[in-house]
Design a protein around this ligand. Structure first.
Ligand code: SF4
Ligand code: SF4
Length: 204
């Protein structure tokens, strides 16, 4: 659960329309039209990415007079479905994915089960990736894919969804090559699969 207490406000006099803010917003809450940036306070999740990266210091984060909370109530979903989706992405449902906001894999799975199909929609529903906006992108992408969604480039043409190869995707010849150099991908995979599948009754 994230409480959003700030919003991005653009000073149009300073804005030069470079679109950097648009490219770094995790929820498409700021867009450039007619060479000026416009932020949408209803969508802004207060990550401050745009303000931090604007080369003209044209964006300020200001206190909202309408703070709101975002989060998905996991208890409203079939937990077996949540578990199955998380396991498909090689994640334990109780694993914290976004440390800035405190979002677990189960909440992301619940957002996807309730209709989110893109990383931006998951972020808007859960607050995930609206803190540092960097560290949690890979597990978020893995869950979005595990739910059967394709990762499309940003509609404005910016590609920023590079998915890194994991031990589950690595070709056998690559694994063999590195096994001789002291890497143990299959053993790592088996151990992580065990961790992912741990259920509360199995822990006792
Ligand atoms: S990053 Fe700053 S200067 Fe560039 S479009 Fe956004 S508000 Fe304008
Ligand atoms: S503060 Fe974050 S969420 Fe809000 S408009 Fe800027 S980049 Fe987007």
């Amino acid at each position: 659960m994230k409480k959003v207490t700030l919003k991005a406000v653009v000073n149009e006099e300073l804005c030069i329309g470079c679109k950097i803010c648009e490219k770094v917003c995790p929820v498409y809450a700021i867009q450039v039209n007619d060479r000026k940036a416009h932020s949408d306070p209803a969508k802004c999740m207060a990550c401050a990415n745009c303000a931090d990266r604007c080369p003209r210091y044209a964006i300020k984060m200001v206190e909202r007079d309408d703070p709101f909370e975002v989060g998905v109530d996991v208890s409203k979903f079939d937990y077996e479905e949540i578990r199955a989706l998380c396991e498909k992405a090689h994640l334990n449902p109780e694993q914290v994915l976004c440390y800035c906001v405190g979002v677990r894999a189960e909440e992301v799975a619940a957002a996807l089960l309730s209709g989110a199909t893109t990383p931006e929609e998951v972020s808007a529903m859960t607050g995930m990736r609206t803190g540092c906006t960097i560290e949690c992108i890979q597990p978020l992408l893995r869950l979005v894919q595990a739910a059967g969604n394709e990762l499309h480039p940003n509609p404005n043409g910016y590609q920023w969804y590079g998915v890194t190869v994991t031990a589950w995707d690595m070709p056998e010849e690559v694994k063999e090559k590195y096994n001789s150099r002291g890497f143990y991908f299959d053993e790592d995979k088996a151990l992580l699969d065990k961790v992912v599948k741990v259920r509360p009754e199995e822990e006792k």
